[in-house]
Structure formats: C-alpha cells, structure tokens
Design a protein around this ligand. Sequence first.
Ligand code: HEC
Ligand code: HEC
Ligand code: HEC
Ligand code: HEC
Length: 215
Amino acid sequence: MDSKSIFDRRLIHAFLGLSALGAVLLALALLLAKSAFADEGHDFVGYQKCKTCHQKEAIGNQFGVWLESRHAKAYETLGTEKAKKWGAEAGVDNPQTDDRCIKCHSTAHGVPNERVSNKFDRTAGVQCESCHGAGKDYRKKKIMMDREKAIAKGLIIPTAELCTGCHNDESPAWDEKAYTLADGSTSGFDFEQAVKKIAHPIPEGYDPAATGEAD
Ligand code: HEC
Ligand code: HEC
Ligand code: HEC
Ligand code: HEC
C-alpha cells in the first residue's frame, strides 16, 4: 500500500466520523425543537413547590399575586358557559378535557406523568412553570440566588415570544383591539402592557441571605 492511499483512507475515515457527529447533532436539535413550551427536558414540580418560598411578603408574595390572576383560573374558565359555547362552535364537546383548549389553559400540557411531581395539579391553570420553565432542577435556594446557574438548570426569564405562544389568534378569545399602542393603533397583545398587568416583582432591598431560608 503506498502512502497516498493511506492518506486517502484517513481522509475518508475523518469524513465519516464528522458526518456521524453531524447526524447526532441534527437528531439532538430536532429533539430539542420538539419539546413543548421550552421545558428543555426538566421535570415539573407544580406551583405548591414555588409557593414555599415565594409566598413570603419579604420576597414579594409572587404566589399570592398569581393566585388572584386569571392565569390561576385558566382551567376553571374552561368549565364556564362561555367556554362551552365557544367549544361547541369549534366542535369541542368538553373544553376541560380537549387538547384544543387545555393546551393554552393549563401547564405541562402533553408532558407525561413520569415527568411531573405527584402533587402536580393539572387543573391549576397557567402556573409559574408555564412561564418560568419546569422547576425541578432550579428550585433550590442556592441555585435560585444565582441567575446564571438557575437559567442553566431550566429557569426562564419570560420574553414576548413566550406569551404569544398562547396569546395569539388561535384563541377563541382573541381580540385584535385588546391593547392600544402608543401610536394609537391596536393589537391583540402588547408585551409591555400585559406584563404590567401581571407584575409580581421582588421588592427592592430584598436580601435573600437575610431570611434564613432552608435550601
Ligand atoms: C427554596 C426557596 C425557593 C423555591 C422553592 C423557589 N424559589 Fe424562586 N427564588 C428564591 C429566592 C430566594 C429568589 C431570589 C434570589 C435573589 O434575589 O438573588 C428567587 C428568585 C426567583 C426568580 C427571579 C430570578 C431572577 O434572576 O430574576 C424567579 C423567576 C423564581 N424565583 C421563580 C421560581 C419558581 C417558578 C419556582 C418554582 C418552580 C421557585 N422560584 C421556587 C427562592 C425559591
Ligand atoms: C400557557 C399559555 C399562556 C402563557 C404562556 C401566557 N398566558 Fe396569559 N393567559 C392565558 C390564558 C388561558 C388566559 C385567560 C385565563 C382566564 O381568563 O381564565 C390568560 C390571561 C392573561 C391576562 C389577563 C387577560 C388580559 O388580557 O388582560 C394577562 C394580562 C396575561 N395573560 C398576560 C400574559 C403575559 C404577559 C404572558 C407572558 C409573560 C402570558 N400571559 C403568558 C394563557 C397564557
Ligand atoms: C392559543 C391558545 C389558546 C387556545 C387554543 C384556547 N385559548 Fe382560551 N384563552 C386564551 C387566552 C390567551 C385567553 C385570555 C385572552 C384575553 O382575555 O386577553 C383566553 C381566554 C378564554 C376565555 C375567557 C374569555 C373571557 O373574556 O371571559 C374562555 C371562556 C376561553 N378562553 C375558552 C377557550 C375554549 C373553549 C377553547 C377551546 C375551544 C380555548 N379557549 C382555546 C388562549 C387560548
Ligand atoms: C404568565 C406568565 C407568568 C406566570 C404564570 C408567573 N410569572 Fe413570574 N414573571 C413573569 C414575568 C413576565 C416576569 C418579569 C420578568 C422580567 O423582569 O423581565 C416575572 C418575574 C418573576 C420574578 C422576579 C421578579 C423580580 O423582581 O425580579 C419572580 C420571583 C417570579 N416571577 C416568580 C413567579 C412565581 C413563584 C410564580 C407562580 C406563583 C410566577 N412567577 C408566575 C411571568 C410569569
């Protein structure tokens, strides 16, 4: 065998190795693209878990604010007369069990039970994890206090795109004129105004180290 053909063979091997790597990366990309609402493969714990820390006044009681919001009642809403009427118009018998409605009115829709905690309540509407990502891997205080670490473990800081995954014209409640913009035009959704309506900030001056919270 001359040295040239060995060289050729090495090239062929290198090429095959690279294509195999490419195929694996492509498969991985497709898998990630398929996950619903960007849970990125993390497991869901349910609002009750977030509540243990986020119900305290010192941190801003995000739980209490959410509980009073329409997101917390989104599943209940599917049992109303209005929902039944809209359901009937869309050929839906029971909005509370039909994918075509619950996909936007609940959390972890389509995620199998093995990936949600036993206490997870599928009737609790649009919960924390619909917007902040599945929480099993970031819910510990030490991680929560480090934004970068928390994001690496699945925490989502919501953007407009996350909201418009549900706030769009596929919803029978969609109203093109729901929001008036600064230039006087109207829109079915406006991130800036909508976020203000659901605001649940951490008060300025909150010191996570001072609360003596157990991890
Ligand atoms: C063990 C207590 C604890 C639990 C449980 C917990 N958190 Fe937190 N979380 C905190 C603390 C403390 C902070 C504030 C960190 C800081 O100010 O540095 C925080 C901050 C946050 C932030 C703001 C992050 C940022 O960088 O802006 C979000 C969003 C959040 N938590 C959501 C959740 C959600 C959703 C859950 C449930 C899946 C949850 N948390 C569970 C303690 C907790
Ligand atoms: C998983 C789907 C889903 C996501 C994601 C979502 N929402 Fe909603 N939102 C709903 C549903 C469903 C309702 C209506 C609940 C009801 O009335 O029972 C609602 C209601 C609201 C309302 C009250 C109605 C109104 O228009 O005044 C506001 C404000 C709102 N959402 C803002 C937001 C913002 C801001 C985001 C992103 C940070 C967001 N939502 C993300 C499903 C979602
Ligand atoms: C693409 C996501 C999406 C789908 C699919 C969806 N909804 Fe909704 N629904 C929303 C959002 C977002 C709101 C809040 C809109 C607002 O008021 O700003 C809402 C609000 C509602 C409301 C409250 C309206 C009010 O003003 O009182 C009812 C009732 C409702 N939806 C019924 C249904 C029914 C029934 C289905 C299935 C046939 C359905 N939705 C499918 C996203 C969706
Ligand atoms: C409909 C979407 C939505 C839901 C549901 C939701 N959040 Fe948020 N959350 C947001 C948005 C949007 C922000 C603002 C992010 C920013 O400041 O850019 C936010 C901010 C926060 C912050 C940081 C506040 C700050 O001042 O930095 C905490 C903590 C938090 N959420 C916790 C929770 C908890 C706990 C729940 C459930 C009890 C919850 N959120 C439910 C959308 C949501």
